[in-house]
Design a protein around this ligand. Structure first.
Ligand code: TXA
Ligand code: MG
Length: 324
C-alpha cells in the first residue's frame, strides 16, 4: 500500500468509528474521532486505561481549536504559532461539546498539533480532531515504532507504519490560562522556550483541575516488564541475575556481564530521547531480570528523559548502585 492508500484506509476506519494506531513525531498514538464516544471507549478498553486518565486531542489546523476550547485567547494563539505543529500539548478550559469521557470529567481539554505527515494527513482526511493516548498498555513502555504497538495491543483496527518516531519521548504537557502556563509533564519543549513566549504562572491550579493536577502523571508509569533502577548511591544486588545496562556517552570499560544499550555514544541528549523507548523495549525483550540506568544530565530534553526513567523506576526506589 502507498502512503496515500494507508491514510485513506485509516481515515475511513476513523469515520466508521474504529480505532487506528498512527505515528507522531513523539510516540505512536491510538486514535479515534473525538466526537465518537463509542470509539473513544474502545481506546480505554484496548489500552486497559482507567477512565480517570484523560486523552490528548490532536488537530491538523488551528481553526479546529474552536471545536474544542472555550476561549481561544492570545496566550494560546502565541504558543500555537510558535510551537505547532510540534511536541507541545496545551491543557485549557474545554467546550461543552467535548465529551467527559475524553477529558475524564475535568473542565479542561488537552490539545496538540503533531509534527508528522501521517498524523496531519489522517486528521485532515478523517475530517475530525483525533483523541489519542500513546499506543501502549496503560503504565507500560511507550511505542516509537509499529512493532512496539503490535507487541502490546490487540484489537487495533489498523496501524499506519511510518518507521521510527523522531523525537522519541512524549510531548511537553502544559496547563494554560490567561495568567500563564505551568508544566504538567516535561518533554522536548523546555520551560525556558515556553517562558520566552508566555509568562510562567505558579498560581494556575487554584482555578482548574483541583485534586490530581494531571491524572495521568502517576508516580509509576512508562515501565518495562522488569524492575528498573537508576544508578546512584544505593546498592542493588546483581549477583546471579542477568542484568541490562542503559548507558549514555562513551563507555569507560565494557562490562561483558551486562546486556548494554547505549542511548547515545556521542552524549547527544536528542539522540538519547529518540532511542530511549526502543532501548528499553530491546532490554526487556533480551530476557534480563533487571535494568540499571545511568543518570543523564538534566538539561534541555534530559529533564524529560530523567522524568520518564524515574517513573519507570518508581516501584523500585529511586536510585541504585552496582553491587556484585
Ligand atoms: O506526545 C504525546 O503527547 C503522545 C502522542 C500520541 O501525541 N500522547 C501521549 O498521550 O503521550 P498519553 O495519553 O499517553 O498522555 C497524555 C497525558 C496524560 O498524562 C494525561 O493525564 C494528560 O496528558 N492530560 C490529558 N488531558 C488532560 C487534562 N485535561 N488535564 C490535565 N492533564 C491532561
Ligand atoms: Mg502514555
Amino acid at each position: 500500500m502507498t502512503f496515500e492508500e494507508n491514510i485513506t484506509k485509516a481515515a475511513r476506519i476513523i469515520k466508521d468509528g474504529g480505532v487506528v494506531a498512527f505515528p507522531t513525531e513523539t510516540v505512536y498514538g491510538l486514535g479515534a474521532g473525538v466526537f465518537n464516544t463509542e470509539a473513544i471507549e474502545k481506546i480505554f478498553r484496548i489500552k486497559e486505561r482507567p477512565f480517570f486518565d484523560p486523552l490528548i486531542v490532536h488537530i491538523s489546523d488551528i481553526e479546529q481549536l474552536h471545536l474544542l476550547v472555550k476561549n481561544v485567547d492570545e496566550n494560546l494563539l502565541k504558543l500555537a504559532e510558535k510551537f505547532w505543529p510540534g511536541p507541545l500539548t496545551i491543557v485549557t478550559e474545554k467546550k461543552e461539546s467535548v465529551s467527559d469521557l475524553v477529558t475524564a470529567n475535568l473542565p479542561t481539554v488537552a490539545v496538540r498539533m503533531p509534527n508528522h505527515r501521517a498524523a496531519l494527513e489522517l486528521i485532515k482526511k478523517a475530517g475530525t480532531p483525533i483523541a489519542a493516548p500513546s499506543a501502549n498498555k496503560f503504565g507500560k513502555l511507550s511505542p516509537t515504532n509499529a512493532r512496539h504497538v503490535l507487541k502490546q495491543l490487540n484489537n487495533v483496527d489498523f496501524i499506519i507504519d511510518d518507521g521510527n518516531t523522531s523525537v522519541g519521548i512524549e510531548s511537553t504537557v502544559i496547563s494554560l490560562n490567561s495568567e500563564g502556563f505551568k508544566i504538567l509533564r516535561p518533554g522536548a519543549i523546555t520551560m525556558q522556550e515556553l517562558a520566552a513566549v508566555v509568562p510562567y504562572s505558579d498560581s494556575l491550579f487554584s482555578t482548574h483541575n483541583k485534586g490530581l493536577q494531571s491524572p495521568g502523571l502517576l508516580k509509576s508509569h512508562y515501565s518495562p516488564r522488569v524492575p528498573l533502577y537508576i544508578l546512584g548511591k544505593h546498592q542493588v544486588n546483581t549477583s546471579g541475575k542477568k542484568t541490562g545496562l542503559l548507558t549514555f556517552g562513551t563507555e569507560k570499560e565494557k562490562n561483558t556481564d551486562f546486556v548494554t544499550e547505549n542511548l547515545s555514544a556521542s552524549g547527544n541528549l536528542n539522540e538519547a530521547a529518540a532511542n530511549l523507548y526502543n532501548s528499553l523495549h530491546k532490554l526487556e525483550e533480551s530476557g534480563v531480570d533487571l535494568i540499571l540506568a545511568e543518570p543523564l544530565p538534566e538539561t534541555g530534553i534530559g529533564i524529560a528523559i530523567m522524568d520518564r526513567l524515574r517513573k519507570a523506576a518508581a516501584e523500585n526506589g529511586e536510585v541504585a548502585g552496582i553491587h556484585e
